[in-house]
Ligand binder design. Sequence first.
Ligand SMILES: Nc1ncnc2c1ncn2[C@@H]1O[C@H](COP(=O)(O)OP(=O)(O)OP(=O)(O)O)[C@@H](O)[C@H]1O
Ligand SMILES: [Mg+2]
Ligand SMILES: [Zn+2]
Length: 263
Amino acid sequence: MIKAPVQVCPLCEGTGWKTVSAGDAIRSLNDRRVTRCDCQLRARAESLLAAARIPRRYEHCELTNYDTDFPGAHPSLAEAHFVASNFAKKCDPRGDKGLLIIGTIGTGKTHLAVGILKELIVTRGIPCLFYDYRELLKEIQNSYNSTVQTTELDVLRPVFETDVLVLDELGAVKPTEWVWDTVSLILNTRYNDNRTTIITTNFEDQPAAAVSGSLSPARAASRIETLGDRIGERMRSRLHEMCRVVTLDGTDFRQKFRSANFR
Ligand SMILES: Nc1ncnc2c1ncn2[C@@H]1O[C@H](COP(=O)(O)OP(=O)(O)OP(=O)(O)O)[C@@H](O)[C@H]1O
Ligand SMILES: [Mg+2]
Ligand SMILES: [Zn+2]
């Protein structure tokens, strides 16, 4: 059998370091000014992307293909895109506030969150993790099943420790005491460790029913649920300490492009 020749990077000849002009140098090796070779950065980005758990459905989402000026585009899209791009460029994942992206169905919340995450990985080499809120809670619950090998901590450790976490669809699970405890554990752990979290939600950033005054039973029943109802007032207030709010308004992008066979 003929072996394919091993590809050696022509820039660094396999050392992982390339010679640069003095201005860009970050350290000196054998008296030469060197920096990490592009092949190393690419390899790191590839492995971080593979570990980030971005669902197939959202693999195409980038900040560069987030459209903000199609006919009828709501101005909040351009504002949100501006905030997202700046955040991806400049945020310090050790201490900076994350983003709480709020909007009705199909306004592009997950697209923006995934776009930021990919930018952080590819251009800055920052470890990130994407989790759908429902999926995360399901995985934690599954870990209690004695036939499964993983423990609760196996599931939670990467969620606690990743530099930037995207928690998609916060509040989408019917609230129970266990759900509230679990979401508090996750958010408080990341908050206490000064880690950055990006959250998307369909629920309006309004207080829970108990706080929003004494509604008649009929009004209370027809009242649209809020973020406060779904994660509890205490956690909603914690979120405000952890995140800057970004609101997306407008129509459902999927409906708009349904005729063009848009997913
Ligand atoms: N402004 C946009 N430019 C380009 N594609 C968009 C835009 N907004 C949404 N999309 C696309 O439309 C689809 C739906 O968007 P997305 O899933 O991000 O919406 P969402 O607000 O997260 O919806 P949901 O409330 O259902 O979670 C995705 O395929 C996404 O890539
Ligand atoms: Mg979404
Ligand atoms: Zn190289």
